[in-house]
Write a protein that binds this ligand. Structure first.
Ligand code: SF4
Length: 390
């Protein structure tokens, strides 16, 4: 156990009062999001033995219970005691879902007062292994799946091609709200983690490294309590250098993706204003501080905008940039997904294929990401709490 995700003592009473249901006189507090250490501490404060904390952690994160009265390992009297003290499970719940013709599902997940978006992609979108496979995700079975997780509601980074940016930053999510998206989706699909392969990509709404502590606390919960291994997770950052430097110090961490999206600083500044604060060289310097494991690679995500970043000269510049970076790296090409109110155009399939060919010829491992759930606004850069399916 590396840290208590949210210590019992640190819970803000103002937040608790905000969560109080109408008519109740007892402030409601959420168990989901507390790790084993915090749960044991909670039971100690209630005069109970430590093993009760372990039972509760298993119920929350392994058995995925949604209500206190479903926890059969705890005696009725103890559940009553928790409830009387104002404790509830408090896991985020799926409020709405939209299903794509390709099997992708997009969820609006209800957190306190606002909803956040999470995407389920059967047959995966971990960015590397499906570039030339069609898959059949609408079929009844799936062998592996990827969950795209949000770290904030909205985003402050303001990438010009991204629909989420239009929301601005509403707020950062708590560790329980980040990990809770995953557990809610695992519960919905009855996933057996020992038999089915699930990857997580922290590439939903928000910039994870601008919510660093909560993001990493959620990662620890997902590793230690839910049981998803760190190498099955990838976090994408727009290039928040202080976050990358902290990430480099983590003893256990997901894989890293850098949302590069441009062949040079000039173009990157135009489409990602964050580049004015940390340019490409500064980001790469920070990434070089990461002690990569054998065979581990950093991924450069490259959103292709028609006429803006998809031309042969851009591919040449990306080749030089990747070579100069001198990192174990691969490139993911993502054809830009259209969104309302954004004046870019998608690249042609031919220009994406030609771009990949150029990079491959230069010896750079390059994949094309198959767009997922475009028809339900679930694809990259399309998350904006859109309630219409199309
Ligand atoms: S692409 Fe990511 S970092 Fe950029 S505005 Fe959208 S959500 Fe934020």
């Amino acid at each position: 156990m590396t840290s208590a995700t949210q210590s019992v003592a640190s819970i803000d009473p103002f937040v608790l009062l905000q969560q109080e249901p109408a008519g109740s006189t007892v402030p409601q507090q959420k168990l989901f999001g507390l790790d084993r250490t915090a749960l044991i501490q909670l039971f100690a404060e209630l005069g109970e033995k430590p093993y009760r904390g372990r039972q509760l952690a298993d119920a929350l994160y392994k058995q995925r219970v949604a209500h206190l009265d479903e926890i059969t390992t705890l005696p009725f009297a103890l559940r009553e005691k928790l409830s009387a003290a104002g404790w509830q499970i408090g896991r985020p719940t799926i409020a709405e879902s939209f299903k794509s013709i390709d099997g992708t599902e997009r969820y609006l997940i209800q957190t306190a007062a606002q909803s956040v978006e999470t995407v389920w992609m059967p047959e995966g979108d971990d960015g590397a292994e499906f570039s030339d496979e069609e898959g059949n995700p609408a079929a009844s079975g799936w062998k592996r799946a990827t969950i795209c997780v949000s770290s904030q509601i909205g985003c402050a980074v303001n990438c010009q091609f991204c629909l989420t940016a239009k929301l601005g930053l509403q707020r950062s999510l708590t560790p329980g709200e980040i990990a809770g998206q995953v557990v809610a989706v695992l519960a919905r699909h009855g996933v057996e983690l020992n038999k089915q392969r699930v990857n997580l990509v922290f590439m939903g709404m928000g910039e994870p490294f601008l919510n660093y502590d909560n993001f990493m606390a959620a990662v620890r919960l997902l590793i230690e309590e839910v049981g998803i291994a760190a190498p099955r997770m990838t976090v994408s950052t727009s290039g928040i250098v202080p976050g990358i430097l902290r990430f480099a110090e983590e003893p256990v961490r997901p894989k890293l993706a850098i949302s590069l999206n441009a062949p040079n600083d000039e173009v990157r500044e135009a489409i990602m204003p964050i580049n004015r604060k940390w340019d490409i060289a500064a980001v790469l310097d920070a990434v070089r501080k990461i002690p990569f494991k054998p065979r581990e690679r950093v991924t450069f995500e490259y959103v292709m905008l028609g006429g803006v970043t998809d031309q042969p000269e851009h591919a040449e510049q990306v080749i030089r940039l990747v070579r100069r970076a001198n990192l174990p790296a691969m490139v993911n090409l993502i054809a830009w997904n259209p969104g309302p109110g954004i004046a870019y155009s998608s690249p042609t399939a031919d220009s994406v294929a030609a771009f990949q060919k150029q990079l491959l010829a230069a010896g750079i491992q390059t994949y094309i990401r198959r767009p997922r759930g475009r028809d339900i606004y679930a694809a990259c850069g399309q998350l904006k709490r859109t309630t219409e399916a199309t």
